[in-house]
Ligand binder design. Sequence first.
Ligand code: FSX
Length: 301
Amino acid sequence: MDIKKSAPISVISIQGQNCTGCVTSTLCSEYPSIENLLLRDIIPGHKLEFAFHPNIMTASGKLAMEILENAAKKKGYVLIIDGAIPTASNGVYCITGEKDGRKYTILEETLKLSLDAMIVIALGTCASFGGIAAGNPNPTGAQSVGDVFSTNDIKTPLINIPGCPPHPDWLFGTIEEILTGGLENVQLDDFKRPKTYFGKLIHENCPNRAYFDEGKFAKKLGDEGCLYELGCKGPITYADCPKRLWNGRTNWVIGCGAPCNSCTSPEYPDFLGDFYERIIDLEVPANKRKAKIQENKFLGR
Ligand code: FSX
C-alpha cells in the first residue's frame, strides 16, 4: 500500500521544574514504539523530527543551545514543555542552558519559543497546573504554562496533558489527532485537557465501583473493597487509567491495590488532602454520608 508522506513535523521539547518523570514515562511509549517515534513514522505517513530534546540528545552546552536556536527558526513546530515555570527572581531557578557565559531560563525560553509554535503542549501536571513544583509554599514562584501565557498575553494554542506522570498515549495520541485531523480535531475540556483521555471520571470505569455502590470499603491496604476510605480520589478525577492501563497495558494504580491520588487534577497536590486521607463532602450512595474535597490545610482555602 502506498502511504502518502507528509513533511516531518519539528518538535522542540524543553524542560522546567520537574522530576523528569513525564519524559521518562512518555518515552516508554509502546504505540508508537520509541523506534518509530524517533526514527520512523509516528503513524503511517507522519513523522516527527525531535529537533531539540534535553533528555535524549547528545549535544550539550553551547552546541545544544545553537541547535535550539536553529530549530526555532523553522516556525510552526510543536513545542512540548514539561515541568513548571519558576517566575520568581526573573526565573533564575531553572536554567535551560548556557551560551557564551549567558544563562537562559526556562521562563524566557517559554516566552520566546511559544510565539512561533503551531501548538504548545504542557506535558505533565507541573506544566499543566503547577503540580508538585508549585506546591505550598512555592518559593520559586512556579507556575503552569497556561498561567505564564495569561500573564504575558500569549495566544498560541495550548493543550494540557496532565498526569504525574502522564501516560504516553495521552501525549502521542493527541499529537496523532492533530496530525490527522488538525488542531480543531482535538476536543478539550475546561482545563484544556483532551476529552479523549480525560473525558470520564476514574469512578465511572473503576473495577471497584460495585463495592462503592454497595458501601463495601477497604479499611486497610489489601482489604477487599472500594479504596475510598483509604483516600482514593477516583470519584473526582478525570482520566482513562482504568481502561487504558499502564506499563504496556499490564495494570494501573487501583489494580495494584493503591488509591488514586488524582494526579491529573488541577488541584493536585495541595488542594486534595493527603494521599491516604478520605475526601469529604462526597455523596456516598450506601450510607448517604456527605463528603467534600479536603480543604487546603496550609493555605486556609
Ligand atoms: Fe511534574 Fe514532570 Fe510529576 Fe515529574 O516533567 S508532573 S513532578 S512526574 O516530571 O513535571
